[in-house]
Design a protein around this ligand. Sequence first.
Ligand SMILES: *[C@@H]1O[C@H](CO)[C@@H](O)[C@H](O)[C@H]1NC(C)=O
Ligand SMILES: *[C@@H]1O[C@H](CO)[C@@H](O)[C@H](O)[C@H]1NC(C)=O
Ligand SMILES: *[C@@H]1O[C@H](CO)[C@@H](O)[C@H](O)[C@H]1NC(C)=O
Length: 354
Amino acid sequence: MAKLVLLTLLGASLAFVGERWLAFRSSFGAVRELEPVEPQTCVLVEGLENGSEDIDILPSGLAFISNGLKYPGMPNFAPDEPGKIFLMDMNEQNPRAQELEISNGFEKESFNPHGISTFIDKDHTVYLYVVNHPHMKSTVEVFKFEEQQRSLVHLKTIKHELLKSVNDIVVLGPEQFYATRDHYFTNHVLALLEMFLDLHWTYVLFYSPKEVKVVAEGFSSANGITVSPDKKYVYVADVTAKNVHVMEKHDNWDLTELKVIHLGTLVDNLSVDPATGDILAGCHPNGMKLLNYNPEDPPGSEVLRIQNVLSEKPRVSTVYTNNGSVLQGSTVAPVYQGKILIGTIFHKTLYCVL
Ligand SMILES: *[C@@H]1O[C@H](CO)[C@@H](O)[C@H](O)[C@H]1NC(C)=O
Ligand SMILES: *[C@@H]1O[C@H](CO)[C@@H](O)[C@H](O)[C@H]1NC(C)=O
Ligand SMILES: *[C@@H]1O[C@H](CO)[C@@H](O)[C@H](O)[C@H]1NC(C)=O
């Protein structure tokens, strides 16, 4: 009898593992042929060839770019270089990226920037919030931007026990932000198992000095987060579920889900076109090629635009696709006055006129 139970359990677990493997393969493995799509004029940005994971553009056209992310399981071409923040002026004819000086008193050697978000206060001071992974932990660093000096002055490090495996952040008030947690487990092996079992244990967190709480949960891997131009809606990318959640924001900062837009591709980071309210999504068309990096057969890039986000039928169109010959592993694609900047996890950065 005991043997029969054991055998049944074994059979059931094998069937479960097999089923999960097939689901995982279809999520990450399915290799899509990529028809190239490219706006008319595109140029690679000089000096930004080892990653530009996150980009946030100010209303003035100044773009902040985080560079040099070290993330378990992802390639990195310059593993010994600490992370950096670059600045680019989208108003220039041929914009160039310039590294921002970071004030003393901040540990630059272990700087590992991930998601970033800017905040402008009533006095027009610009703050840059950066998700940082020093020694593979998660903190949020607050910098003040000194435009004249082209530098960042470090003001503070925010830590909290709920701020773990943080991916992205969107700041909505002084020290008030939403952040996504992309894995439940901080241990790399357990995190892989979590992804394999598709546990949906990740969440969106609200942080303020007075209150920290989980405001939305049940994501497979919550990744990019951003806010609508009227600040009423929050958009969350669930990368492994390949969709975007449209959430309504309430006065107490709680979020309720309005709808889910399925994109059928691994959605990384989101930006909103300030002129139209469209969502621009940086996506990974071939997840397995990203996890198993091979320069001979590299992962490609894909940028999608979602129009009429709040309507019955949002329209999804392709802005950019490339098989990796030009750009690999796109993460983010903010637009500014008819121009787009496409960032990547570990590869180059592309600037295009739309
Ligand atoms: C990118 O990384 C490669 C390999 O480490 C290095 O040779 C190159 O100088 C780096 N480029 C930049 C712009 O940092
Ligand atoms: C995604 O992009 C938005 C807008 O550019 C930015 O605020 C956010 O921090 C980004 N996050 C990541 C993880 O790339
Ligand atoms: C990618 O596309 C280019 C042309 O668009 C082609 O020359 C190249 O062979 C393709 N590479 C792969 C790996 O499919």
